[in-house]
Design a protein around this ligand. Structure first.
Ligand code: PMP
Length: 363
């Protein structure tokens, strides 16, 4: 077996030990004689997995079960772009959006179809290479909530601080940096993430919501499937959920705990990112980072080389050195290295060495 270093932005690298456990349990889950995939979502075994996954998410997030609920939903983070305003933007109220990248823009585009939306800041003019400072945020009078994207997967920027938005609820798309750094998550009222980067496989979306916010969610929605309250009342089992995905989320959450939690992973992630940024900063201009220094992401590192030809060459040669998934998104170009929690330090060391050697040969 040859495993490569997988720098894909999502679906992305998973911890090897999680894949091995899933493989071991695939044909016969704990003596039940069937696989998780064949098991009823109403079975006691699955309900236990579901409950454990929920409590491990909260434990790793450092949030109290008395204050927050976890829901496992489908439709990707993208469906949350609609479900959030449907559930939490009452008619007549305004929600504030901060546009720091493509997904923040998409969240905004969906929200404007459903209610009154105010843009509190946008970084579009810089091609989303920066994050606005607190004093640049211009909130509306009394927003129902403020929506931010804590890590911008395509542009490689990350909020270095949690914005203060007064008494308004704070809602965050954390798809690409959830549980990757120490952040005071209790300052957020709603957090959501497609699982396929830091939490598990594609097909399950993790949503963490403060109970007092959940209480205010609309009960007048065109479908029960769109209702946070219905999903919460049914412990995410209103319909058939992504059972295998939730099972893997539980394994990944156990792995996070074993690794020393977000504190230890955060320190490791800083070290991993620094290896690559150091090569960029010491390359004499051969590599040019897209993100402004203060806004640099520890999860997605975006950079350019001198010309598209060299960038193509880089992407083509990397797999020969055991590294895949490095082509940047077309809206930024160049290279993107996604180094989520499950990317080992060795993967970042390998990439840093490859970059140095590539620059020597082509600089
Ligand atoms: N938000 C962010 C920050 C993302 O990176 C992505 C996916 N790359 C999405 C939302 C969309 O997620 P999904 O594909 O699960 O709908």
């Amino acid at each position: 077996m040859t495993r490569v270093y997988n720098f894909n932005p999502g679906p992305a690298v998973l911890p090897l030990s999680v894949l091995e456990t899933a493989q071991r349990e695939l044909l016969d889950y704990k003596g039940n004689g069937i696989s998780i995939m064949e098991m009823s979502h109403r079975s006691a075994q699955f309900e236990e997995i579901n409950r454990e996954a929920e409590s491990l998410v909260l434990e790793n997030a450092g949030l109290a079960a008395a204050d927050y609920r976890v829901l496992f939903l489908q439709g990707g983070a993208s469906l949350q772009f609609s479900m959030i305003p449907m559930n939490l933007l009452p008619s007549g109220a305004t929600a504030d959006y901060i546009i720091t990248g493509s997904f923040a823009e998409k969240a905004y585009q969906e929200a404007v179809k459903l209610g009154s939306i105010h843009v509190a800041a946008s970084t579009k003019a810089s091609n989303h290479s920066i994050i606005p400072r607190q004093e640049e945020l211009q909130f509306s009078e009394n927003p129902a909530y403020v929506h931010i994207t804590t890590n911008n997967t395509i542009y490689g920027t990350q909020w270095p601080y949690i914005p203060d938005c007064g008494s308004a609820f704070l809602v965050a798309d954390m798809s690409s940096d959830i549980l990757s750094r120490e952040l005071e998550l209790s300052r957020f009222d709603l957090i959501y993430a497609g699982a396929q980067k830091n939490m598990g496989p594609a097909g399950v979306t993790v949503l963490i919501i403060r109970k007092s916010m959940l209480e205010q969610a609309s009960e007048n929605l065109p479908s029960a499937m769109l209702s946070y309250k219905i999903h919460a009342e049914n412990d995410s089992l209103y319909n058939t959920p992504c059972t295998f995905g939730i099972y893997i989320v539980r394994l990944v959450m156990q792995w996070v705990k074993e690794m020393g939690g977000v504190k230890a992973l955060g320190a490791l992630n800083r070290q991993k990112a620094a290896l690559i940024y150091d090569v960029i900063d010491n390359s004499g201009g051969f590599y040019r980072g897209h993100a402004a220094m203060v806004a640099r992401s520890e999860m997605n590192i975006t950079f350019r080389l001198p010309g598209a030809e060299l960038e193509n060459k880089f992407v083509q040669e990397a797999p020969k050195a055991g590294m895949i998934g490095l082509k940047g998104h077309r809206s930024v170009g160049g290279i993107r290295a996604s180094i989520y929690n499950a990317m080992p330090l060795e993967g970042c060391q390998a990439l840093a060495s490859f970059m140095q050697e590539f620059a020597r040969r082509n600089g």
